[in-house]
Design a protein around this ligand. Structure first.
Ligand SMILES: C[S@@+](CC[C@H](N)C(=O)[O-])C[C@H]1O[C@@H](n2cnc3c(N)ncnc32)[C@H](O)[C@@H]1O
Length: 246
């Protein structure tokens, strides 16, 4: 596995136990994502929660919905272990794997859903082709991710803090071409989150496993950063592909 991916897996494994308490934004986004499925019947369908983490979305698929098979996949083994413990009432197959190398046959799923994970893809074209490969003809794909304005406020701080780069909305739109569907929708909604200070923000990112080097507490951070309230934008992108073509 690439070193970069090992690091991603390691961070999410380390945060598995703190994720659920800290993931307030991710949960709101997951709720919005699931609402996109309101017109799609899940009766007797085979569903994959791609990069399912500790399993927030899984509880949205109660037995009453009639889903035939529910599979949860993630690169972070400890997150999946915790998910298994949290959702003992539900029959779910758990698979530790990389979304760039999905261990499924072609045409396996009716629905792939992925909340707040595809921004971790190192090659979006490749990841999207892989998702298309495992979807059945006529299947559906719903995802949420982060767009280019995410955390833009960090650059306005004095001194500025370098943020991760996030892909543009147009790049996400183009990536949906891989699904060859006439029914593709992509929307964006900004969420502004308030933090008591930069450190509070950095602490939350660490607790959800999204801490990369640039957000680690910097030794040179001045007292102002530690104390001043900070509002941070999550530029959220929601994508829905209905009726995948093959
Ligand atoms: C912010 S969490 C979201 C988890 C979950 N979907 C939720 O809604 O709470 C991002 C997840 O993506 C997973 N992930 C990152 N890169 C991955 C990859 N290449 N393959 C599979 N999972 C990956 C991480 O392990 C982590 O669980």
């Amino acid at each position: 596995m690439l070193a970069q991916k090992q690091k991603i897996a390691k961070n999410f494994n380390l945060s598995a136990k703190t994720y659920d308490n800290a993931a307030r934004v991710q949960k709101v986004i997951g709720d919005n994502l699931f609402a996109l499925l309101s017109d799609i019947s899940l009766e007797n369908k085979t569903v994959l929660d791609l990069a399912s983490g500790t399993g927030y979305l899984l509880k949205k698929f109660p037995k009453a919905l009639g889903v035939k098979t529910l599979v949860a996949l993630d690169i972070a083994e400890l997150s999946l272990k915790l998910s298994k413990k949290n959702h003992q009432h539900r029959s779910v197959s758990y698979i530790t794997a990389d979304f760039d190398c999905l261990p499924f046959l072609d045409n396996s799923f009716d629905l792939v859903i992925s909340n707040m994970a595809l921004q971790w893809s190192l090659s979006l074209d490749h990841t999207m082709k892989e998702i298309h490969r495992i979807l059945k003809k006529g299947g559906n794909f719903a995802f949420s991710t982060l767009g280019e304005h995410t955390f833009q406020e960090l650059e306005d701080l004095d001194p500025p803090i370098k943020r991760n780069s996030f892909l543009k909305m147009d790049t996400w739109r183009e990536s949906m071409d891989a699904f060859c569907s006439n029914s593709v929708s992509i929307t964006r909604k900004e969420i502004l989150c308030d933090y008591s200070s930069f450190l509070d923000f950095a602490k939350e990112l660490k607790a959800i496993g999204a801490n990369t080097r640039s957000y680690k507490t910097r030794r040179g951070l001045n007292a102002k950063f530690r104390q001043e309230p900070l509002s941070v934008t999550y530029d959220v992108i929601y994508g829905l592909v209905q009726g995948v073509d093959k």
